[in-house]
Ligand binder design. Structure first.
Ligand SMILES: NC(=O)C1=CN([C@@H]2O[C@H](COP(=O)(O)OP(=O)(O)OC[C@H]3O[C@@H](n4cnc5c(N)ncnc54)[C@H](OP(=O)(O)O)[C@@H]3O)[C@@H](O)[C@H]2O)C=CC1
Ligand SMILES: O=C(CO)[C@H](O)[C@H](O)COP(=O)(O)O
Length: 476
């Protein structure tokens, strides 16, 4: 029997769908799962694809089933489980075999694993996969990091399973070691911001305009035909329209308002802070998820503080206000993506990855959770200006920022005046207002720091005096 082209460990939600996708595209695949019963179940459910799948009960049998040099995808719970799995696998591997961690790893773990294998003859790929269950099965977006020659060994298989945007595969080698997982992390950070801003707009429509879930679904479905066309707006319309089979109510009204998080959003915010690059949209979204999880505390706080004593929202022209919400959401999205790309640009320099920004935007156009028409516009902006300091100063996006500015301002201020929380949208406005202002207010911060800590300051006239006259100046 011919050997498998590739192996995959971990037949959970992502791994099983990825394995079926690989098999369906004509690649023979060997599979293994820690819990053997799951491997059997997976194989039985594979139907017509069984001929392409080699189910294995032991690691030894699994490794022997793959053609060397063996690419082995590890698609399991991120973190310590990956280290454990790699240790179990290692004794059976041979020179040039490639372990591919396809889970949502912290890129720092990927760098460590990559380094640990440097002189072993084995290689390592850190690969971000996005698209959830459906994407894994029918075409995810794949962000690859590692040695270029390891990528060459898997390029054909990965290209065959990746999503296609107008025939262009949404997979690319992005750089050495942690590059792929870093880009996937920022993808997820942007995903957090995108989702949070949609939720904030939903909050204005629900609590401000008192619209029902199906009515809001119609608004989102309409927006999905315009500038906001995206997977996240599409699924938001779908979930808002869905009914709870138990109560008959809209299902979203029966879902608790607390959201979990597994780490990638937080890592994006941490890495942005580490490099001194503002990612306020992502930070606001991560904080909003954390506040959402304080359900009991929030219930107690509402009893003590009550909701803000503000008038109910009244709008003279509802259609015009909804148009403003659409533009404000686009503006917020521009801010979050601009920040995400700025973080990747800084990381590219810090880690010598040479991350290709237009390519990243390109492979996010289909397959992944943040896929949208908007990413094609980003692709085009970065293709024309690959060295732009920030997405918002590229000609197309500068125009968009100016065009949506009024709406963002009206929506954020209206929300504030009516006690409706919009932390991510407000962060976008603050970001734009700070970034576009040549003369800011940090002169006072410089002065304060120099006053209390003799930190010195730079002068507007470029002259050499770097310490204030505070003592004499104050007391004179
Ligand atoms: N779900 C999603 O939408 C996405 C998930 N990811 C990432 O993909 C990875 C897998 O996620 P998902 O498929 O959702 O997870 P699941 O919970 O569905 O599956 C987890 C898998 O990990 C295996 N596993 C857990 N611990 C160990 C261990 N110590 N040793 C060996 N195997 C272990 C499980 O095996 P067993 O059956 O024996 O328990 C199972 O096969 C994660 O890193 C996740 O963050 C990435 C993109 C999207
Ligand atoms: O990678 C993903 C989507 O792109 C996963 O669904 C991930 O779990 C999302 O992050 P979180 O669980 O923190 O919301």
């Amino acid at each position: 029997m011919a050997q498998a082209e590739i192996g995959l460990i971990g037949l959970g939600v992502m791994g099983s769908n990825l394995a079926l996708n690989i098999a369906e595209k004509g690649n023979k695949i060997a599979v293994f799962n820690r819990t053997v019963a799951r491997t059997k179940e997976f194989y039985e459910e594979a139907g017509a694809l069984q001929g392409q799948i080699v189910p294995c009960e032991t690691i030894e049998e699994f490794v022997a089933a793959i053609r060397p040099p063996r690419p082995i995808i590890i698609m399991i719970q991120a973190g310590a489980a990956v280290d454990q799995q790699m240790e179990l696998l290692r004794p059976y591997l041979e020179k040039n075999d490639i372990m591919i961690d396809a889970g949502n790893a912290n890129f720092r773990d990927t760098m460590r694993r990559f380094d640990a294998l440097q002189d072993s003859g084995l290689t390592f790929i850190g690969m971000g996969v996005s698209g959830g269950e459906e994407g894994a099965r029918h075409g995810p977006s794949i962000m690859v990091g590692g040695k270029e020659d390891s990528w060459k060994r898997v390029e054909k298989v990965l290209t065959s399973i990746a999503a296609k945007y107008k025939d262009e595969p949404c997979v690319a080698w992005l750089g050495e070691n942690g590059a792929g997982h870093f880009v996937k992390t920022i993808h997820n950070g942007i995903e957090y911001a995108d989702m949070q801003m949609i939720a904030e707009i939903y909050g204005i429509l629900r609590d401000g305009l008192k619209m029902t879930a199906p009515e809001i679904a119609d608004v989102f479905a309409e927006w999905n035909k315009g500038r906001l066309e995206s997977y996240l707006i599409e699924i938001s319309a779908t979930v808002l329209a869905a009914k709870d089979p138990i109560s008959g109510n809209p299902i979203v009204d029966m879902i608790l308002d607390k959201a979990g998080q597994k780490g990638t959003g937080k890592w994006s915010a941490i890495e942005a802070q580490n490099m001194g690059v503002p990612a306020t949209g992502i930070e606001a979204a991560v904080a909003a998820r954390s506040i959402s999880s304080f359900k009991t505390e929030r219930e107690a706080a509402e009893k003590i503080l009550g909701l803000p004593d503000v008038p109910a929202l009244q709008v003279a022209d509802k259609a015009a206000f909804i148009k403003d919400l659409e533009s404000a959401l686009l503006a917020g999205k521009i801010g979050a993506y601009a920040q995400g790309f700025a973080v990747m640009s800084a990381a590219s320099k810090e880690y010598n990855w040479n991350l290709p920004m237009p390519t990243i935007a390109k492979i996010w156009r289909a397959g992944c959770i943040i896929r949208s028409q908007f990413l094609d516009e980003i692709t085009s902006a970065f293709t024309k200006a690959p060295d732009a300091a920030n997405l918002i100063v590229t000609p197309a996006f500068a125009t968009m920022v100016k065009d949506t500015d009024g709406a963002l301002r009206r929506v954020v201020s209206t929300a504030a005046l009516h006690g409706l929380p919009v932390p991510a949208l407000a962060s976008a406005l603050g970001y734009f207002d700070s970034y576009r202002r040549a003369r800011g207010t940090a002169n006072v911060i410089q002065a304060q720091r120099d006053f209390f800590g003799a930190h010195g300051f730079d002068r507007v006239d470029g002259a050499d005096s770097h310490h204030g006259p505070w003592g004499s100046g104050l007391n004179a």
